[in-house]
Design a protein around this ligand. Sequence first.
Ligand code: FES
Length: 125
Amino acid sequence: MLYSDKVMDHFQHPRNLGKMEDADGIGEVGNAKCGDIMKIYIKVEDDIITDVSFNTFGCGSAIASSSMATEMIRGKPISEALALTNKAVAEALDGLPAHKMHCSVLAEEAVRAAVENYYESQRRL
Ligand code: FES
């Protein structure tokens, strides 16, 4: 079996899917090679990620990675979200095929981009 049960589960039943209208930070990243795009929305209160959702236009591994990443940072301090690595996401999914590891990189990058966007919006206040 190419994909783990967890990958299949998160691909078929993505957690926290959908746009967040009142997000405090939005991170959008893409992979130029495959053309896949991932967007992560976060809500922040007292440095804690109180809510998170995503939209991914991409392959199954990218969808599963974003779903898992949202679960991993929900309720966590920003510092922990920034420390989230694509390896940790892939491990939480019980692994990804080697040629699909780059899909989990999108999740790491999108989380970071969302936090950066949040910090930028704070600076504008
Ligand atoms: Fe592009 Fe998976 S093939 S993110």
